[in-house]
Structure formats: structure tokens, C-alpha cells
Design a protein around this ligand. Structure first.
Ligand code: NDP
Length: 444
């Protein structure tokens, strides 16, 4: 059995009931096969792949909190510190009822390569809880965040592990967690990113993932002789990534026509009304069904369906495995030319293969959505300097980083004979730097 197959089999056996983690490891290791085979003996001797797929540390802890009626609830908190070869662990905290150890591990594993791709000195980690922030009062959110941080603070710090937001963790949650960390540790440091502007946050962090996705998409299309202006775009999600992807796409002259949340989706043939979307999701925190009150000509449907719409480009920006092979078939049948992942692993392995086989340009999330973590790293730099950069300064650095990421993965794909395969390119480009650093640091 080849080394890659051996390690994949070990991961499946040693981590039962973690299908998302298996999926992420398979996707990465399969595409690294060519590099691993060229160095098989040395890697095997150093157990390099085993070290890569086993997190340095996995923390699982109890999070008790009291609701507004005095009832005590107990959630599970997680922080997986996956790999610190190139810098302090960095990665978000997801608050969603679907969270479990396997999901956090898949996200942490992907984060290692994503962070490497940014070219910045950040290792990979991820965390969160099965707590559901939906329908909770502000006080309940604060009670949960304070309890969560009362355990997490022991394991994080500005030079060791710097968590950020993710699904369910926005500016409000980061604020409560930061306050509790400062209170317990008595230290004012950049231990979290995604902070508010009044206490160390970075301008352009809110927009970074969505804007970054579009900067990379535009560069990738340009290098394939395609102009993004005038293109119709199907977007899924209606959260942070989706909203700012839609904003930047509109600024580039493209036309996003869909968005979705966990209950339904909107098709607006005239183009999404961004002001209405922001008011519904950022101000009212309401359901997308309200969109029709702003735009009577738009369609609202329950369930999922954004990939059935005719679009030139698809940007999945909601959650993992939201674009399956049936969706991929519809996209191809409708003439879609590019899929760039705003969310983490939104496309199933089968769907990715189908898209690539049918000539659709496909950029995986670890490259396409790296703008968020890259800007988080820029927030860390500003905190260390005790300075704040202007919006334009951060945004132009972000743009440079995303363009660079595309050229690095494009070059890695070409170097190994996989021209145009951006999945292979992203994995190899991310892997090479991490492996160099791991090898230089010995068996740790
Ligand atoms: P948000 O919580 O702001 O938004 C998530 C959106 O996806 C919401 O519209 C939500 O619907 C929808 N959604 C969540 N879970 C499901 C589900 N199970 N089924 C259908 N729809 C769902 O999160 P973000 O926009 O921050 O994150 C979106 C994706 O991007 C995630 O995969 C995240 O890991 C990834 N990402 C985010 C980064 C960031 O900087 N924010 C950076 C890099 C990656 P509803 O409104 O009903 O909850």
C-alpha cells in the first residue's frame, strides 16, 4: 500500500465517526500524492504525514451557563491546536449546534494549509462549541462567552494561539470573550482577532473574506482570459462572507442574483439589493423570507436551491457540503464557468471532481477564502505595533495577498504537471512551506 493510502486508512480507523475530518484528509493527501511519492522514503522515516494529520493538541471542555430563567445549560467547548510549525495557532471559533470534534478537526486541518498559503507566519487551529446563539438574549450570549473563555484562556495568548470569529461568532461574541480574557489574565493583548475598532480591531476585517474571495476570483478569471464584469453570480449564504462577496462583486461590475440562509433562498433576477440584505441580516437578524418585502419581484423559496439558477460563476459561502454532485450537474448544464469556495469545504469531493472533469475552473476554500485569516494576521501585526492602519492600507495588502495566493497555487500546479488544477496547486503550495518548517524543527 502506498504511504498516502496507509495514512488515510489510519485516519479513518483512528478517528471513527468523524466523516468531515476523513473527507478533508483524503482531499488533501490525494492531491499531495505526487509530492509524497517523490519523497516517500524520507517522509515515511520521519512519519511526516502521521505528524501532519495528528493535531498537536486537542482540548475538549465543559461550558456551563445560566439562561434568563435561571436554568443551567451545559455545552461542549473545543479548541484543536493543529500545527504550529510556521507560527502561533490561528483559526476561528464556530458556535453552531452541528459542531463536534470531527468538524473542528476538519476545519483545523484545512486551516494549516490555508494559513501557510497566505505567506504570513501563522499556524493552524480551530475551535468552537455546539452552543446555538440563535434566539438567545444578549445576556445569555454573554454568559456563554464568559464561561467558554473561563476555560479557554489557559491555552491561548497573543504569541501562542489567537482565535477569531467563524459561523455564529461575530463582533458581539468576540467582544464578550475578549473582555473575559482581559479580566482573568489582567493583560491587554491581541489574543483574539475580529475585535471591534474601539479595542484593537482592524479596519477591513469585516469585509476581508468576501472581498478577498472576489480579488482571487477576478485574478483567476483574468489569467484565464475572462473579465468578471457583467457576469451573473450565484451566491449561497447570507452571513459575513456572502454579504461582502456580493458587495465586492457588485463593485467589480458583476451581478450576484442569489443568496440563502438555513431556511430558504432568494433569486433576484435584477441583482441582489445589498442594502436590503444587510438590513435583514446585520440589523434585524431576521430570516431571508423578509427579502420579498423589499423587492416584490424577487423569488423566495424554502429549502435549498441556489445552484439551480443560471449563472456564470458560483460562490458557495454558507457551510460545508452544501454543493453536491446533483448541484454540480445543474451548474454545468447551465453553463457555469467557475466555482470559487467562500465557505470551508462547501463542495463535496464527488462534486469537485465532476466540476473539474467538465472544465469548470475550481478554486478551493483554503485559497479562495484565505482573505479572512490573512487580515486577522494583519490585525495581529497592528496589535503588536500598537498602531492602526487605514482601511485602504489593509485592503490593498489584502488584495496583494490574494493575487499572490493565486499565482503561487497556479505555479505549484504547473510545476507538478497539473496545470489548471487549483485544488492540487493549493494543497501543494500550502504543504511545501509547512513541511520545510516541520523538517527544520526536528521531531517535535
Ligand atoms: P455566518 O454565520 O455569518 O453566515 C453563515 C451563513 O450560512 C448564514 O446565512 C447561515 O444561515 C448559513 N448556514 C450556516 N449553516 C448552515 C447550514 N447548515 N445549512 C444552510 N445554511 C447554513 O458565517 P460566515 O459567513 O462567517 O461563514 C460562512 C462560511 O465561510 C463558513 O464555512 C466559514 O467557516 C467560512 N469562513 C468564514 C470566514 C470569515 O471570516 N467569516 C473566513 C473563512 C471561512 P442562517 O442565517 O440561517 O444561520
Amino acid at each position: 500500500m502506498s504511504y498516502v493510502d496507509e495514512v488515510i486508512a489510519q485516519v479513518v480507523e483512528k478517528n471513527p465517526a468523524q466523516p468531515e475530518f476523513h473527507q478533508a484528509v483524503k482531499e488533501v493527501l490525494e492531491s499531495l500524492r505526487v509530492v509524497v511519492e517523490a519523497n516517500e522514503e524520507a517522509y515515511r522515516k520521519d512519519a511526516l504525514l502521521e505528524r501532519l494529520v495528528n493535531p498537536e493538541r486537542q482540548l475538549v471542555f465543559r461550558v456551563p451557563w445560566v439562561d434568563d430563567k435561571g436554568q443551567v445549560h451545559v455545552n461542549t467547548g473545543y479548541r484543536v491546536q493543529f500545527n504550529s510549525a510556521i507560527g502561533p495557532y490561528k483559526g476561528g471559533l464556530r458556535l453552531h449546534p452541528s459542531v463536534n470534534l470531527g468538524i473542528i478537526k476538519f476545519l483545523g486541518f484545512e486551516q494549516v494549509f490555508k494559513n501557510s498559503l497566505t505567506g504570513l507566519p501563522i499556524g493552524g487551529g480551530k475551535g468552537g462549541s455546539d452552543f446555538d446563539p440563535k434566539g438567545k438574549s444578549d445576556r445569555e450570549i454573554m454568559a456563554f462567552c464568559q464561561s467558554f473563555m473561563t476555560e479557554l484562556y489557559k491555552y491561548i495568548g497573543a504569541d501562542t494561539d489567537v482565535p477569531a470569529g467563524d459561523i455564529g461568532t461575530g463582533a458581539r461574541e468576540i467582544g464578550y470573550m475578549f473582555g473575559q480574557y482581559k479580566r482573568i489574565r489582567g493583560v491587554y493583548e491581541g489574543v483574539l482577532t475580529g475585535k471591534g475598532l474601539s479595542y484593537g480591531g482592524s479596519l477591513a476585517r469585516t469585509e476581508a473574506t468576501g472581498y478577498g474571495l472576489l480579488y482571487l476570483t477576478q485574478e483567476m478569471l483574468k489569467c484565464n482570459g475572462i473579465d468578471i464584469a457583467g457576469k451573473v453570480i450565484a451566491v449561497s449564504g447570507a452571513g459575513n462572507v456572502a454579504i461582502y462577496a456580493i458587495e465586492k462583486a457588485q463593485q467589480m461590475g458583476a451581478k450576484p442574483v442569489t443568496c440563502s440562509d438555513s431556511t430558504g433562498w432568494v433569486y433576484d433576477p435584477d441583482g441582489i439589493d445589498l442594502a436590503a440584505l444587510k438590513e435583514i441580516k446585520e440589523v434585524k437578524r431576521a430570516r431571508l423570507s423578509e427579502y420579498k418585502n423589499y423587492r416584490p419581484n424577487a423569488e423566495y423559496h424554502e429549502g435549498k436551491g441556489v445552484w439551480s439558477v443560471k449563472a456564470d460563476i458560483a460562490l458557495p459561502c454558507a457551510t460545508q457540503n452544501e454543493l453536491d454532485v446533483k448541484d454540480a450537474e445543474m451548474l454545468v448544464a447551465n453553463g457555469c464557468m467557475a466555482v470559487c469556495e467562500g465557505a470551508n469545504m462547501p463542495t463535496t469531493l464527488e462534486a469537485t471532481e465532476y466540476l473539474q472533469k467538465n472544465g469548470v475552473l475550481f478554486v478551493p476554500g483554503k485559497a479562495a477564502n484565505a482573505g479572512g485569516v490573512a487580515t486577522s494576521a494583519l490585525e495581529m501585526s497592528q496589535n503588536s505595533e500598537r498602531l492602526s492602519w487605514t482601511f485602504e492600507e489593509v485592503d490593498s495588502k489584502l488584495q496583494g495577498i490574494m493575487v499572490n495566493i493565486f499565482h503561487n497555487l497556479d505555479a505549484a500546479a504547473k510545476k507538478y504537471g497539473f496545470e489548471g488544477n487549483y485544488v492540487v496547486g493549493a494543497n501543494i503550495a500550502g504543504f511545501e512551506k509547512v513541511v520545510d518548517a516541520m523538517t527544520a524543527q526536528g521531531i517535535v
